[in-house]
Design a protein around this ligand. Structure first.
Ligand SMILES: Nc1nc2c(c(=O)[nH]1)N[C@H]1C(S)=C(S)[C@@H](COP(=O)(O)OP(=O)(O)OC[C@H]3O[C@@H](n4cnc5c(=O)[nH]c(N)nc54)[C@H](O)[C@@H]3O)O[C@H]1N2
Ligand SMILES: Nc1nc2c(c(=O)[nH]1)N[C@H]1C(S)=C(S)[C@@H](COP(=O)(O)OP(=O)(O)OC[C@H]3O[C@@H](n4cnc5c(=O)[nH]c(N)nc54)[C@H](O)[C@@H]3O)O[C@H]1N2
Ligand code: SF4
Ligand SMILES: [Mo]
Length: 704
C-alpha cells in the first residue's frame, strides 16, 4: 500500500455543522454530525433548493473523508517511468518552483500553464486566476467549465448582456405553466430538484423534455420530443415557425424589449413543420403540441443543459431557444425566462472570477483596458504587467509539449485523462509535458501521470463560498479537521507564490481571499461586494449582483431591463448547421455521452464509494434492442466502439429507451471503457466547447 491511512481528528461527538454537498451545482443543504463511533453522518437540510432532499451521492459523501486511498503526503518522482515516492512538502514545493523557473527561463512565461475546475470554491478560482496572472505572468490558464456550460454562457451574454445560469430562483419553476427542458436529465443529475417540477405539475403545469433518449426525466414529462442528436436548432426554429403562424408571438414585448426580430422571423419561415420533422425526427404532431403548450401558456420557461450545449454549434443551439423564448415574450417576467442548468458545484462562481482564459474577477474581461486597470489596482500590480487572453481548454491541452505550447502544467480540480475529449491524445500530450503537478485528494488518472502530486483538503475540511446554479452565493462551512499532512489549495498557492517571490499577494485564509474578491468584483457584472460570510449564513445565501452590504441581493434578473447597453435583448439569426461529424457507411450510428445517477464526472470520487460503485460498477453503452439484434449483440456482451479518434470496450445494455440510430455511453469510467477515447474535439467557434454530445460511431461485438 502506497499511502497511509489518514488520521482524522474528530470533533466532539454530537457536534452538527450546517454545510452543503461536495458535488453538483444544486449544492444541496446538508448537515454533518460527528458520530459516537467516529466518522460523520450526513443529514439533509431544508434549504430552498433541495428542501430536505439529497441524492445517493450526497448521502455517501463523507465516506471519502477517511478513505484508505486518500493522499496524505506529497508524492514525487524523478522520471515518469519510476514509481512515486513520498516526499516532504518542502521537497515537493521546491520541485514545482524549480520546474516553473526552468520552464519560464527557457520558454517564457507562457511555457507554464494552469488548469482549474468548476468544483473549486470562489476563493480558489479567484486565487488560481490571480496566481497565473501575477505569480506566473502567464496567459495560459483555463478550466473544465469550458467543457461544461460555456456555450450557454456565451449565448446568454450575446442575447441578454450577462450570464447568470438561472436568472431566477429554482422555486419560481413551480409557477411556470409550461417548462421546455432541453437536453437535461435532471432526475439523474440533480434528483432533489425534481420536487420543484412535481410542484409545477401539481399546479397544473406541463413539462416538455427534448432528449434523444427516454430518461427518468422524460418519464416525468407531459411530452417527450426524442430528436436526432445534434438537431436542436432545427427543432427550435421549427417551434418558432409554428408560433409565428399560430399567432403565439408577443408583438408588444418584441417591440418594447428586444431588437432584430425581423431577421429571425425570415429565417424561421424556412423551418416549416414537415421539413423539421424530416430534420429532427420529431413528428409534426408533437411539434404543434409543443408549440401550443408553450405559446398558449401564460408563463413559460426554457431551460437548457449539456445536451444542446456540448456541441460544435452549442452557442447557436442555445441562441435558437433564446429566440423562441423572446418571441413568445416569456423572458424577464415572473415565472418566465431562459436558464442554463449549470453542472459543477461551483460551475457558476467558477466562471466569474478569473480562472477562464479571457477573464478577470467579477466577470470582467482581460481585453478591456478599464477592467484591467481596476483589477490591477486591487491586486497592487501594474495593468501593463497583466498578460493577454490565453488559449481555451482543449486548445491548450492539444498544444502541450509542442512548439509554442505549454511545457509545464499545474492542475487543480480536474481529471483530464478521463474527462477531456479525444482522451488518448490528451493523455499523450500530458506525457509530452516536461513537468506536470496535480493537486488532488486521490491519485486520479491524471495525477498518475504527474511528476509531483500534492494531497489537498476535501470540501468539509475547509471553508469557502460556492455560487449555485441559481446565482446564489452560499457558504460551505468547515466541519472536519483535514488529515495531518494535507494542505488546502489556498495554502499550496500561497506557499508556491512565496517561493516565486510573490508571497504577499496570496493569503492562505479563505476569508481573507473572499474579502479581496469582494473588492475585485465590485462594479463588475458578477458583483459580490455586499456579500459576507455572515450575511450568507443569515439569509440562506445571497444572489449576485449584490453591490453593497445593505443590498438584499438580486434573486431575479432582467425584470425591467436586460444587461445590454440599451437594455434590450437581442435576437440572433440562426440557421441549422449539422454537427461536425455525421453517421456514414464506416461509422453508421450516432454516439452521445453523458451521466448516470450514481457516478460523478471523471469518477475519481464516486468510483471510490462502495454503494455507488456497486450500483454502477463498469463502463457500458446503451443500445436499442432492434439495433443490437442486427449486430448479434446481447445484454451484457462486451462490445467494441470505434470512432475516428479511437476505440473503447464497454458492456452492452439493451434498452428501448434510446433511438434506434443512437448509442449512449456515460463518461465516468477510466481505462479502456473511457467514453472520451471516442469523442470528437470539434470546437464551437465562439465558446470553444468540444462536441461531447455527437459523433459518428461503429459498434462490434466482443474484442474482434
Ligand atoms: N449523477 C451525476 N450528476 C451530475 C453530474 C455527474 O457527473 N453525475 N455532473 C454535474 C455536471 S458538471 C453537469 S454539467 C450536469 C449535467 O447535467 P445534464 O445536462 O442533465 O447531463 P448529461 O447526461 O450530460 O446530458 C443530458 C442529456 O442530454 C441528452 N442529449 C444527448 N445528445 C443530445 C442532443 O443532441 N440534443 C439534446 N437536446 N439532448 C441531447 C442526453 O441523452 C442526456 O440525457 O450534471 C451535474 N450533475
Ligand atoms: N464525454 C463526455 N465528457 C465530458 C462531459 C460529457 O458530458 N461527456 N462533460 C464535461 C463536463 S460538463 C465537465 S464539468 C467535465 C468534468 O470533468 P473533470 O474536470 O475531470 O471533473 P471531476 O471529475 O469533477 O474532476 C475533479 C478532480 O479534481 C479533484 N477535486 C475535486 N475537488 C477539488 C478541490 O477542491 N481541489 C483540488 N485540487 N482537487 C479537487 C477530484 O478528486 C477529481 O480528481 O467533464 C467533461 N467531459
Ligand atoms: S443533487 Fe447534487 S448537490 Fe444534491 S446531494 Fe446530489 S450531488 Fe449533492
Ligand atoms: Mo459540467
Amino acid at each position: 500500500m502506497l499511502l497511509q491511512q489518514p488520521d482524522i481528528e474528530a470533533h466532539p461527538a454530537g457536534r452538527t455543522c450546517r454545510t452543503h454537498c461536495p458535488y453538483c451545482s444544486l449544492q444541496c443543504g446538508m448537515t454533518l454530525a460527528s458520530a459516537e463511533s467516529g466518522g460523520w453522518t450526513v443529514g439533509a437540510r431544508d434549504f430552498p433548493t433541495n428542501r430536505g432532499g439529497l441524492c445517493q451521492k450526497g448521502w455517501t459523501s463523507t465516506e471519502l473523508l477517511a478513505h484508505p486511498d486518500r493522499l496524505t503526503t506529497p508524492l514525487v518522482r524523478d522520471r515518469r517511468s519510476e514509481p512515486f515516492r513520498r516526499a516532504s512538502w518542502d521537497e515537493a514545493m521546491t520541485r514545482i518552483a524549480e520546474a516553473i523557473g526552468r520552464t519560464q527561463q527557457r520558454y517564457g512565461p507562457d511555457g507554464v500553464g494552469m488548469f482549474g475546475g468548476g468544483g473549486l470554491t470562489n476563493e480558489k478560482a479567484y486565487a488560481l486566476g490571480k496566481f497565473a496572472r501575477v505569480a506566473l505572468r502567464t496567459s495560459q490558464i483555463d478550466y473544465n467549465g469550458r467543457f461544461c456550460m460555456s456555450s450557454a454562457a456565451a449565448a446568454s451574454i450575446k442575447a441578454f448582456g450577462a450570464d447568470r445560469g438561472l436568472p431566477f430562483p429554482l422555486a419560481d419553476i413551480a409557477g411556470a405553466a409550461t417548462v421546455l427542458l432541453v437536453g437535461s436529465n435532471l432526475a439523474e443529475t440533480m434528483p432533489p430538484v425534481m420536487q420543484h417540477f412535481q410542484e409545477q405539475k401539481d399546479r397544473g403545469g406541463s413539462l416538455i423534455v427534448v432528449d434523444p433518449r427516454a430518461t427518468p426525466t422524460s418519464a416525468a414529462s407531459t411530452l417527450h420530443l426524442q430528436l436526432t442528436p445534434g438537431t436542436d436548432s432545427a427543432l427550435a426554429n421549427g417551434l418558432l415557425n409554428i408560433a409565428i403562424k399560430e399567432g403565439y408571438v408577443d408583438q408588444a414585448f418584441i417591440a418594447e424589449r428586444t431588437i432584430d426580430f425581423k431577421i429571425v422571423r425570415r429565417i424561421a419561415a424556412f423551418y416549416w413543420p414537415s421539413r423539421v420533422e424530416r430534420m429532427t425526427g420529431v413528428p409534426e404532431r408533437q411539434l404543434y403540441q409543443a408549440a401550443k403548450l408553450l405559446g398558449k401558456a401564460p408563463t413559460a420557461m426554457i431551460l437548457t443543459a449539456r445536451g444542446p450545449e456540448q456541441q460544435s454549434n452549442g452557442v447557436n443551439n442555445v441562441l435558437s431557444f433564446i429566440n423562441l423564448a423572446l418571441a413568445l415574450g416569456k423572458v424577464g417576467k415572473p415565472h418566465c425566462g431562459y436558464g442554463c442548468l449549470t453542472g459543477q458545484g461551483n460551475g457558476q462562481g467558477g466562471r466569474e472570477h478569473g480562472q477562464k482564459a479571457d477573464q478577470l474577477p467579477g466577470y470582467r474581461k482581460l481585453d478591456n483596458a478599464e477592467h484591467r486597470r481596476h483589477i490591477a489596482q486591487v491586486w497592487g500590480v501594474s495593468d501593463q504587467d497583466l498578460p493577454n487572453p490565453g488559449q481555451s481548454a482543449y486548445e491548450m491541452l492539444d498544444a502541450m509539449g509542442q512548439e509554442g505550447g505549454v511545457r509545464a502544467l499545474l492542475v487543480f480540480g480536474s481529471n483530464l485523462a478521463v474527462s477531456a475529449p479525444r482522451a488518448a491524445h490528451v493523455e499523450q500530450r500530458l506525457k509530452d509535458l516536461d513537468f506536470l503537478a496535480v493537486s488532488d485528494f486521490f491519485l486520479s488518472e491524471t495525477a498518475e501521470l504527474a511528476d509531483v502530486v500534492l494531497p489537498t483538503a476535501q470540501w468539509a475540511e475547509e471553508e469557502g463560498t460556492m455560487t449555485n446554479l441559481e446565482g446564489r452565493v452560499i457558504l460551505r462551512e468547515r466541519a472536519v479537521q483535514p488529515p495531518s499532512g494535507v494542505r488546502t489549495d489556498l495554502e499550496i498557492l500561497a506557499d508556491l507564490a512565496g517561493r516565486l517571490g510573490y508571497g504577499r499577494y496570496f493569503p492562505p485564509e479563505p476569508a481573507a481571499v473572499f474579502e479581496e474578491l469582494r473588492r475585485a468584483s465590485a462594479g463588475g457584472v458578477a458583483d459580490y461586494a455586499g456579500v459576507t460570510y455572515q450575511r450568507i449564513r443569515d439569509n440562506n445565501g445571497l444572489f449576485w449582483p449584490c453591490p453593497a452590504e445593505d443590498h438584499p441581493g438580486t434573486p431575479r434578473m432582467f425584470l425591467d431591463r436586460f444587461a445590454t447597453a440599451d437594455g434590450r435583448a437581442r435576437f440572433h439569426a440562426i440557421r441549422f448547421q449539422p454537427p461536425a461529424e455525421e453517421p456514414d457507411d464506416d461509422y453508421p450510428l450516432y454516439l452521445t455521452t453523458g451521466r448516470i445517477m450514481s457516478q460523478y464526472q471523471s469518477g475519481t470520487q464516486t468510483r471510490r464509494v462502495a454503494a455507488l460503485r456497486e450500483s454502477a460498477p463498469e463502463a457500458f453503452v446503451q443500445i436499442h434492442p432492434s439495433m443490437a439484434r442486427t449486430y448479434g449483440i446481447g445484454e451484457g456482451d462486451a462490445v467494441r466502439l470505434r470512432t475516428r479518434r479511437g476505440e473503447a470496450t464497454l458492456i452492452a445494455r439493451l434498452t428501448p429507451s434510446i433511438r434506434m440510430d443512437t448509442l449512449f455511453a456515460p463518461f465516468h469510467f477510466a481505462g479502456s471503457g473511457r467514453a472520451n477515447l471516442l469523442t470528437n474535439p470539434a470546437l464551437d467557434p465562439v465558446s470553444r466547447m468540444p462536441e461531447f454530445k455527437v459523433c459518428a460511431v461503429r459498434i462490434e461485438k466482443g474484442n474482434s
